[in-house]
Design a protein around this ligand. Structure first.
Ligand SMILES: C[S@@+](CC[C@H](N)C(=O)[O-])C[C@H]1O[C@@H](n2cnc3c(N)ncnc32)[C@H](O)[C@@H]1O
Length: 279
């Protein structure tokens, strides 16, 4: 993998995904809120503190932490994609948190902040997507004050996350990340997460699994959510002939049958690894 090429392609994809993530915020965060809550509780932000969120996307986890640092505290909400940062900024304004939140474009592997300048760092579902996760964790430790806390979430392995529809999506996208390459499930191993944290200088890493479920009103809505949040998937489908497009949808509908409740609601299990550690 050429790391620079990977970073540029990843950035472009996420810039393109921001609009869909903004549109799907309510459904996504509705399901994923227990993970945000776990991370913020693990950080335990206090009034007056400065909290940094990396790979923040639409910003929901950091914005939860922002409510706890008043008065006098600050959330620095960051993402590599400027369009995602704009979504987080707009959400901060909507929630009346604009005075607490500074939304900035920032690479997680090059954290543009002084050493020992923040009290806590959050990242949900971003670290495993980076070309060099260890560099990001070393940078994280550098910007944390001594004793400052890190709380992060990465997906557990694909088999524990049926929403990912591993084989089917690999066929549709025509690609599957090589082992060891960045991707949603690249860090789906608690030992690997612990090793990375230790290598970055975190001494007391605790890694655990958290189960929750994604839901949608029906298979059609579930599929639309996937398309909105993954421009790569939308692009891959656009390349298919109408006949192959129908075949792909049939495979998706079949895969969803096992997760469709009698009333039609789709409920698919998800499992994330959560980790907390101190600098
Ligand atoms: C799966 S989304 C998660 C968004 C959000 N944290 C959440 O849980 O809803 C991954 C986010 O990581 C960001 N990202 C990917 N690579 C990055 C990098 N190298 N530096 C900073 N952000 C990055 C993307 O732009 C995207 O917003």
């Amino acid at each position: 993998m050429d790391a620079e090429e990977f970073r540029a392609a990843s950035r472009e994809a996420w810039e393109g995904a921001a609009r869909g993530w903004a549109a799907r915020r309510e459904a996504f965060q509705g399901a994923a809120a227990p993970v945000s809550e776990w991370l913020v509780d693990a950080l335990d932000p206090q009034p007056g503190q400065t909290i940094l969120e990396l790979t923040a996307g639409p910003g929901d986890t950091g914005l939860l932490a922002a409510q706890r640092v008043r008065p006098g505290g600050r959330l620095i909400s960051t993402d590599g994609a400027a369009a995602m940062v704009a979504v987080a900024q707009a959400r901060a304004e909507e929630l009346g948190l604009a005075d607490v939140v500074e939304a900035r474009t920032m690479e997680a592997e090059w954290i543009d902040l002084p050493t020992a300048s923040v009290d806590g760092v959050l990242s949900r579902w971003g670290i495993m997507l980076l070309a060099d996760p260890e560099a990001a964790l070393r940078e994280t430790r550098r910007v944390l004050r001594p004793g400052g806390r890190l709380a992060l979430a990465v997906w557990d392995r694909a088999e524990a996350n049926p929403w990912s529809m591993g084989r089917l999506m690999a066929d549709l996208l025509g690609t599957v990340p090589e082992p060891g390459q960045p991707g949603p499930f690249a860090l789906g191993d608690p030992e690997r997460v612990r090793e990375l944290l230790e290598a970055a200088g975190f001494g007391d890493a605790e890694v655990s699994a958290l189960d929750f479920a994604f839901t949608a009103a029906g298979p059609e809505q579930w599929w639309e959510q996937q398309l909105d949040c993954s421009p790569t998937l939308r692009g891959a489908l656009a390349q298919l002939s109408p006949a192959d497009h129908y075949k792909a949808r049939d495979r998706v509908d079949q895969a969803l049958e096992a997760f469709t409740e009698p009333g039609g609601t789709v409920r698919i299990p998800a499992r994330t690894l959560t980790a907390a550690a101190s600098a």
